[in-house]
Design a binder for this molecule. Sequence first.
Ligand code: HSE
Length: 344
Amino acid sequence: MKTLRLALIGFGNVGQGFAQILIEHGSRLAVQYGVQFKIVAVADLQKGSVADAAGLDPQLLLQAAAGGDFKSLPEALQRDWAALDMIAHVQAEVLLELAFTDLQTGEPAYSHVKAALQKGMHVVTTNKGPVALHYAELSALAQAHGVQFAGEGTVMSGTPTVRLGQDVLRAAGIRQLEGILNGTTNYILTQMESGLSYAAALAQAQALGYAEADPAGDVEGHDAAGKVVILANLLLGVPLRMADVSCQGITGITSEMVADAQLAGERWKLVGRLQVQPDGSVQASVQPQRLPLSHPLANISGATNALAYTTDLVGTVTVSGPGAGRLPTGFAILSDLLAIARIA
Ligand code: HSE
């Protein structure tokens, strides 16, 4: 049985979802894949930090997190590691970087990822910041140290999107990617079709936990643009940057526009698009579009996400599924870890 030791930065919804998966599915995964995962350290800005080379019990971590901090865990454990200290001192094969996303600087996740890769640790992240802003540098660093830098959960959470593209569909010659990559905006547009106002639909999306802490990043299209940049870098091998994406959100879409489209048998969708040009360059955009109902993305409703890959060899392949959520994003981490376990 192979064991991968894990150090976590961030123990919010995603880290807790992953811990829950280990508790409920760890034994099955050990039988199916011959690998077990041991959490040896956790550093969280709010809850504090805790580490034990012998392994931390995920159930106790969850119970402590429910109380707001790690104080209820045994006194004797290592407790004074801030995130960078933890990376410097921990004995672990993989860093899970699950802290908050910042699409302006990528920090503090960027520094965490860099330090871990330089130390020779694999890194799995669900954090869009370091992947959207620094992928070229970080993947080169990973390669130089013979480790993986993986981010399945950065796009469409655990719905297999990134690895499907990288490992399988890239070989089929990807010509275009078109996606509904933001659940909040798709939820708002769907609710507006049922007669809800933009403001009421946004309030619902926030209450349901789909929106970013500052929902401007969702409704103005920046979250989707970050995912477009990630797809360009990881699936097309093109070092696109945020500024290269022509980006427009849904703030200008009115209830009248939604009703007009419905009358014409069409739907407004916020579409993220990457088109490979004949010279190999890539055109990237995020913009609201009226799609005919025959379009593969037109019937994706609510907070669901979807990505349509148009390829030379298999035509168009569309994948749809959750784009956020505790267990789906925890599952994204698991799928990256299983891929790392295959080579580690
Ligand atoms: N705020 C994002 C969304 C969460 O609505 O899709 C997942 O990245």
